[in-house]
Write a protein that binds this ligand. Structure first.
Ligand code: GLC
Length: 659
């Protein structure tokens, strides 16, 4: 529905409502939190009035009495503030004083499944020294709340938001782990699966039992009329394992909206009770010590007929309202958007709309990931340069999460426009990438597998560990030492870009040891249908035992990543919220960009995606402000200048700054 009120009108109303709420809540807040904290609570609430009331007004103003809704939600937030443990309040204090804490170049992320890495949450705690060796300051643990039994999409089908998966431990274990991480200066990121619940969740059970309040938590249709109408413009996420977006559920008396698998029921965010329930879940996790909530599948939260039901304005309003409200109780909490969307839609999740609106603090830079793999297969960096230069910059108070691999497949978000500008045809380039990484292309070094091949559209995505995609698996199989050397360089050079693009670089568990695809991925019947388990291997601690020996593959890769982390820490230019300027060198194999952050010296990054020596004009550094270029880090440990050119070894990289 289109809101016809003018913006000033809405603002005035927002301010009025918040004044009223603040007046009613003020005395209680001062008693429950104490004078000092109560005052800070109210100040935050009032300061965020536009970020709270305006989105709620647009989302729910027509359905409910807005002032009552805001008062109710502010009460939920006050309860959480009063329950917030003291050590977390101290952390909040620091972060309010230093809001850029997560933007530092010291930030280095690591993502893993708790069970695959350490067995249990307590086991993860025992392994933290290992992460310290890599310089990790940000730990993303994959979904750890109690999932449904059997197939659960890797934990993305939550049956109980208030309990940890009993196989991993308890909420107390989570608190202990968070406490230990904080003592070590590491932030904890946890998945919040908010688009859907498992069909076994208590809300879904009550809905199925006929409770109308809970029925309204989900999207149910008595017959196929509306589902068919929606489906006409809906892409299928899992065409292979879960075709269509609706599931007939007899006990619900109709078709339930299920964007992902049939056991994952989409929540109805048009219902403010759903918003309230999820707000409580967020605050609960924050009070356990979670620093960053990864908002799973956030683009999907709002449905609109005639669209693909992704990236709707309301999905952004929801994220904005959630953020503002959670911040009032837990100012140290961050949101990370999992928005794997077209590049032109991405930066909006960091709040970059027609005017800046605080939304998520972090977002996955899916575009960078995709074009890195595209450049590697094509041995050509032009498409990467072009599409990255079109990516709108992140707002200064936010940051990208840069990554090479994660638990998901790689979908080729290469736009036809960018492909055409490189002289390629989008569809055939995407097909080439699938052929290349599934090893079907003649001479390919990729050893991945196709995921969710859609016969109707010809689309597919790719599964596989980085080491298998970049040629390490193939080289080990053939025993070709020279090829192995090149493959390791590829991995290092890919990560050299991930570590220098700006933002938080996120290592996917096992990449630091060049772990390959898990050959036993299908052994577990709950995984057998989903080949993303190919790149979710259990941690190989025997391989990790070799990490200190540079003569081993593991030692070589582990050492390379440690050196990237060390080099990164000293570069102020790599702070999140800075500027990345793509450069277009005269050699198509070389990706080049300059990273700057306000007063810092710029950093020039060059990465060679060719299998021979390549070079750029020696004047390039000076042209971008590096009048006295100095070596920071590179494949060879030095810069090779000759004949007016700066030379890069095959699959090599170099970082330069200004002396
Ligand atoms: C996200 C997760 C993915 C999962 C989906 C549904 O995209 O990364 O693994 O399948 O959400 O929850």
């Amino acid at each position: 529905m289109v809101d016809v009120r003018s913006e000033p009108e809405r603002r005035l109303r927002a301010a009025g409502i918040l004044q009223e709420v603040s007046a009613r809540l003020g005395p209680v807040a001062r008693v429950r939190l104490g004078e000092l904290e109560g005052e800070a609570f109210l100040a935050r609430l009032e300061q965020m009035h536009l970020d709270v009331v305006e989105p709620l007004d647009l989302l729910y103003g027509r359905r409910t009495e807005l002032a009552a809704l805001v008062l109710d939600l502010a009460g939920v937030v006050l309860d959480a503030a009063a329950a917030r443990p003291w050590p977390l309040r101290l952390l909040d204090r620091r972060r309010e004083v230093d809001p850029g804490w997560f933007q530092r170049s010291r930030m280095i992320g690591y993502a893993c499944y708790a069970d695959r890495f350490g067995g249990t949450l307590a086991g993860v705690r025992d392994r933290l020294d290992y992460l310290a060796e890599l310089g990790v300051t940000y730990l993303h643990l994959m979904p750890l709340l109690a999932p449904r039994e059997g197939e659960n999409d890797g934990g993305y089908a939550v049956a109980d938001y208030e309990a940890v998966d009993p196989r991993l431990g308890t909420m107390a274990d989570l608190e202990e782990l968070a406490g230990e991480l904080h003592r070590r200066g590491v932030a904890l990121c946890v998945d919040l699966v908010l688009n859907h619940t498992a069909k076994e969740h208590a809300w879904a059970r009550k809905a199925a039992a006929g409770d109308p309040a809970y029925r309204d938590f989900y999207l149910v249709f008595g017959d196929r009329t509306l589902p068919d109408a929606y489906q006409r413009t809906l892409p299928e996420v899992f065409p292979d394992i879960a075709p269509g977006s609706f599931t007939l559920v007899p006990e619900m008396g109709g078709w339930v909206w299920t964007t992902f698998n049939d056991y994952q029921w989409d929540l109805n965010y048009a219902n403010p009770a759903v918003f309230r329930a999820m707000l409580r879940t967020m605050l609960e996790l924050a009070n356990r010590g979670v620093d960053v909530l990864r908002l799973d599948a956030v683009p999907f939260l709002w449905k609109r007929m005639g669209t693909d039901c992704q990236n709707q304005p309301e999905a952004h309003l929801l994220a904005q309202a959630f953020r503002a409200l959670t911040r009032v109780a837990a100012p140290g909490l961050l949101f990370k958007a999992e928005a794997i969307v077209a590049p032109e839609m991405l930066v909006q999740y960091l709040g970059a709309h027609d005017r800046f609106r605080p939304e998520c603090d972090l977002a996955y830079n899916n575009q960078l990931m995709v074009v890195l793999w595209s450049s590697l297969a094509a041995r050509d960096a032009r498409l990467a340069g072009r599409s990255l230069s079109r990516l709108r910059p992140e707002p200064p108070s936010t940051g990208w999460v840069t990554y090479l691999r994660c638990h998901d497949d790689i979908g080729w978000a290469v736009s036809d426009v960018d492909a055409a500008a490189t002289g390629w045809e989008g569809f055939s380039h995407r097909r080439f990438l699938n052929d290349f990484y599934s090893g079907r292309h003649p001479g390919s070094f990729g050893r991945g597998a196709l995921f969710q091949e859609n016969e109707a559209t010809g689309d597919a995505r790719i599964s596989g560990m980085a080491a298998s995609l970049c040629g390490i698996e193939a080289a080990l199989a053939s025993g070709d030492e020279a090829e192995l050397d090149m493959a390791v360089r590829r991995l290092e050079t890919l990560y050299s870009v991930v570590f220098s693009f700006g933002g938080i670089p996120l290592l996917w568990m096992g990449d630091e040891l060049a772990l390959r695809n898990d050959p036993r991925w299908a052994d577990d019947p709950a995984h057998a249908e989903d080949n993303r388990w190919l790149h979710r291997p259990p941690m190989d601690w025997a391989a990790a035992g070799r990490r200190a020996d540079p003569a081993t593959l593991e030692g070589r890769v582990f050492g390379a990543l440690r050196r990237l982390a060390d080099a990164r820490r000293s570069q102020l230019a790599l702070r999140a919220g800075g500027e990345t300027d793509l450069l277009f060198p005269d050699d198509p194999h070389v990706l080049a960009f300059r990273r700057r952050h306000r007063r810092s010296a710029p950093l020039l990054v060059l990465a060679n995606f060719g299998d021979g020596w390549q070079s750029v004009d020696a004047g390039l550094p000076a042209a971008v402000g590096l009048t006295e270029p100095e070596h920071v880090h590179s494949t060879r440990g030095r810069l090779d200048w000759a004949e007016g050119r700066l030379h890069l070894p095959p699959w090599g990289f170099a970082w330069l700054t200004n002396r």
